[in-house]
Design a protein around this ligand. Sequence first.
Ligand SMILES: Nc1nc2c(ncn2[C@@H]2O[C@H](COP(=O)(O)OP(=O)(O)OP(=O)(O)O)[C@@H](O)[C@H]2O)c(=O)[nH]1
Ligand SMILES: [Mg+2]
Length: 180
Amino acid sequence: MYFFKWIHATLISLGFLDKRAKVLLLGLDNSGKSTLLHRLVTDELGILEPTGHPTSEELQIDNARCTTFDLGGHQQTRRLWNDYMQEVDGIVFVVDAADPGRFNEARTELRALLTVEELAHVTFLVLGNKIDHPNAVSDVELRARLGLKNLLRDNIGLFMCSIVERQGYGEALHWLAECL
Ligand SMILES: Nc1nc2c(ncn2[C@@H]2O[C@H](COP(=O)(O)OP(=O)(O)OP(=O)(O)O)[C@@H](O)[C@H]2O)c(=O)[nH]1
Ligand SMILES: [Mg+2]
């Protein structure tokens, strides 16, 4: 059994087989989670309603076949996040970088996720979205405001992006796929 697992892992690492991964899209309401998923699936910029019920899509990111769950970010829907914490491989935590008034709330939610036992070894991709917006802060400021500067954890990466302008998230997702 161990031998077959080893062969399987070797074939994945050589790029002959796809990895399978479960990825959660989390973050406050209005941060851009559904816009990102819609962009990745259809390449279009949809006009989307706030997400009330979780949705799921299959995404191929490099050699990772990801089952991706878009969980709504509204306060009432956030409690559903707990139902999805089992066997997660990656978290994409989207932050509206142009809404400093909500950085504390985002920081609290991110901190809470970082203390979830099941997620201790899970890669976190934090996306500072909406850099096309004039109010968007820099990556240095966002890192500080989210309390990521002194975090003793190496499986967390912050990337800035604009889903509307198709900037930044491609590189970020390559990084995530590499880590999965
Ligand atoms: N300026 C700008 N607006 C964006 C960007 N990405 C998303 N938005 C806008 O942000 C708003 C919220 O986007 P959604 O994708 O619905 O946000 P969400 O995180 O899914 O929100 P919930 O479903 O409520 O949790 C929409 O009006 C989007 O058009 C971006 O890169 N730049
Ligand atoms: Mg949504």
